[in-house]
Design a binder for this molecule. Structure first.
Ligand code: HEC
Length: 110
């Protein structure tokens, strides 16, 4: 029984991995202006976290890409990606600074 459960899980996990390697670039973190695009409030502590922690696997995303609520979910998912790749999760204080920053400049929910 246990093996059957695992076998059903594995293809899904593989598909997810394939999607991961394709996704970040395309519709991705990169802005129309390219990697050197200006970000809002570049002197904020949260921007420093974004620039250093969110550009390792793909280009750092613009805060206006998501609403504040969406950012909370996205950042939680990125923590999982880190752990899956053997990277330490971003420290709580840094996550807080990052989410403060992202929320301030987030897309307004329509
Ligand atoms: C360990 C590698 C890794 C790190 C570090 C990382 N990401 Fe990602 N990111 C991914 C992968 C893989 C995807 C594509 C799959 C997905 O969306 O979960 C992705 C996709 C995204 C997307 C596009 C999908 C969406 O929901 O809009 C955004 C935005 C994003 N990441 C934001 C961030 C932010 C913010 C950080 C910093 C907290 C970050 N990433 C750090 C691996 C990473």
């Amino acid at each position: 029984m246990k093996r059957g459960w695992l076998a059903r899980l594995a293809p899904g996990a593989l598909a997810l991995l394939a999607a991961c390697s394709a996704a970040p670039g395309d519709s991705g973190g990169r802005t129309a202006e390219g990697d050197l695009a200006a970000f809002p409030e570049m002197d904020a502590p949260g921007y420093a976290v974004l620039a250093s922690q969110c550009s390792r696997c793909h280009a750092a995303p613009q805060p206006a890409r998501h609403t504040a609520d969406e950012w909370r979910r996205v950042v939680r998912r990125m923590q999982l990606h880190r752990v899956q790749r053997g990277m330490a999760a971003i420290a709580d204080a840094d996550v807080k600074a990052l989410l403060d920053y992202l929320s301030r400049h987030a897309r307004r929910p329509s």
